[in-house]
Design a protein around this ligand. Structure first.
Ligand SMILES: Nc1nc2c(c(=O)[nH]1)N[C@H]1C(S)=C(S)[C@@H](COP(=O)(O)O)O[C@H]1N2
Ligand SMILES: [Mo]
Length: 494
């Protein structure tokens, strides 16, 4: 039971371990004199002493549960559940945990009952038939002993595995803290003044990492030690090679602003973010591999088995497709792909932005399919031009007078040249565009509705790209290749 809980907790918050939580709950509840005594007696080993004591108590409790089971299986189960309740309350009272973190303890309790049932069945088979001497170990008694040993061994393995998973996490965390990003060979073009529309509810032009949307299939965030990381480049290439993290740091790195968008973003949605990325141009990486003629796709695969299919030509043209290691001046956060991910201007994340990337295979669309392609999404995903109203919020009540509307629009690699706003069914009017940072980033806009008339109103927004192409009004759902249509929202002027 304890081992399964400990093992499962390796995949959750570290405080989800019932041992750690019980330990820290005990520390919290210990009277100061006992704490002082423990520190004085065991020194820096006080925590080790605590864990050993908890381990001893756990063993004694297990024996008690075993004895209880001899009398009544139900009673023993009740004891396990009671124990799980105590452990769960230790877990949820920790500051860094959520209700979800009791899952390891619950799994542990289920495993405990399972093992108990199995052992009791073995044990009842050992009960000597009447007339025979029960003290002679028969084959079934041997089975019971064997069963107990197996259960113990499984516990030991689970506990060991959990500590090596936690150790990997600690290694990765320490490595990320210690990492100093190298200076880029090419610095990002400084942001022009006036990229930001300063109104309440407007997003920051550069999205802070902690606010950056996160989309992935990872149940637990991969914790990769950069010292263990390498990228394999292979497939339809003249020269296969593998690059490790130190080699990557030694390349000529580039810094660039780029707006990432998720294909699942609905019209008006916020699965979009803009950051400054530091990385190595994938173009140079592929030059080194020398793709063979006939290849038209790069299948990138992550440490946790996600994959994306990116058109080869997109990774070889002069847009800044990067193997990124930095995000807004710091190493990639774990949730955003530490130590290395891809970012590609103009393509939705599911076909380009592989986080925790470890493998690039040069191949053909007709030969290989990526993770989401096999689940009903298009094999290619260029980002659709989009515009959004950020202020006022839907159904907001705004004071009468001049009403200021503001928002963002994006058409990565092409750029936004014009944004228009329509109040109710009135004429389309041009909004003021904020400064443009680059063709690969979103652009903010602002529109003042003078002398707004009180009552319920709607506002609609649409954009034009730099070639003068109008954003389509045709409504489409995100599946299979991205939402489209103009955003319209309701608000009230008081
Ligand atoms: N390893 C991995 N990388 C991934 C994904 C994933 O599920 N696993 N999701 C992709 C999708 S759908 C998007 S939109 C972007 C999101 O990147 P972010 O979480 O850094 O915003 O990551 C892409 N990279
Ligand atoms: Mo996505």
């Amino acid at each position: 039971m304890f081992a399964v809980a400990q093992f499962a907790s390796a995949f959750f918050n570290s405080a989800s371990s019932p041992f750690f939580s019980l330990g820290s709950a005990i520390i919290d509840l210990t009277p100061p004199w006992l704490k002082d005594f423990a520190i004085a007696t065991f020194g820096t080993n006080d925590k080790l002493a605590l864990f050993i004591s908890i381990g001893v108590v756990a063993t004694v409790l297990s024996a008690v549960v075993g004895l209880l089971a001899k009398r009544s299986f139900a009673l023993a189960c009740t004891a396990i559940v009671a124990l799980a309740v105590v452990m769960s309350s230790a877990v949820v009272t920790r500051a860094s945990t959520s209700l979800l973190d009791i899952v390891p303890t619950v799994l542990g309790a289920i495993a405990g009952i399972g093992v108990l049932q199995w052992l009791s069945r073995l044990a009842s088979a050992t009960a000597a038939p009447p007339g025979e001497d029960a003290s002679i170990p028969g084959p079934s008694r041997r089975t019971f002993l064997l069963g107990s040993v197996l259960a113990l061994a499984a516990s030991a393995i689970a506990t060991g595995a959990s500590s090596s998973i936690s150790a990997a996490r600690n290694m990765a965390e320490a490595a990320r803290k210690a990492l100093r990003l190298p200076a880029p060979r090419t610095k990002a073009k400084p942001l022009p003044a006036g990229v930001q529309v300063e109104e309440a509810d407007m997003p920051r032009f550069v999205t802070p990492n902690r606010n950056f949307y996160r989309i992935d299939t990872a149940l637990s965030v991969p914790q990769i030690d950069p010292g263990q990381w390498s990228l394999r480049v292979h497939g339809m290439v003249e020269k296969e090679f593998t690059m490790n993290f130190d080699e990557l740091l030694d390349q000529e790195l580039v810094e660039t602003y780029l707006t990432l968008t998720c294909v699942s973003n609905p019209v008006g949605g916020d699965l979009v973010g803009n950051a400054q990325w530091l990385g190595y141009p994938l173009r140079h990486l592929l030059e080194r591999a020398i793709p063979q003629t006939g290849a038209d796709m790069v299948l990138s695969t992550s440490h946790d088995g996600f994959s994306a299919s990116t058109p080869l030509e997109v990774l070889r043209d002069d847009r800044m497709a990067l193997l990124a290691i930095g995000m807004n001046g710091e190493p990639l956060p774990f949730e955003h792909g530490f130590p290395v991910r891809m970012v590609v201007p103009g393509l939705y994340g599911y076909v380009s932005a592989t986080k925790w990337v470890v493998d690039l295979e040069v191949t053909r669309f007709q030969d290989k399919a990526a993770y989401w392609t096999t689940r009903g999404w298009s094999e290619r995903g260029p980002i659709k031009m989009s515009s959004r109203i950020d202020t006022p919020r839907p159904f907001a009540k705004v004071p009468a007078g001049d009403v200021v509307l503001g928002g963002t629009a994006w058409a990565q690699t092409r750029g936004i040249s014009r944004v228009q706003v329509q109040i109710d069914d009135g004429p389309w009017e041009d909004a003021d565009l904020a400064a443009e940072a680059s063709l690969d980033t979103w652009r903010q806009w602002r529109f003042v509705w003078k002398d707004a008339t009180p009552g319920a109103h709607s506002a609609t927004v649409r954009a034009y790209d730099a070639q003068g192409q109008l954003q389509t009004s045709e409504k489409a759902n995100p599946v299979p290749n991205g939402a489209s249509g103009w955003q319209r929202l309701q608000f009230t002027v008081q």
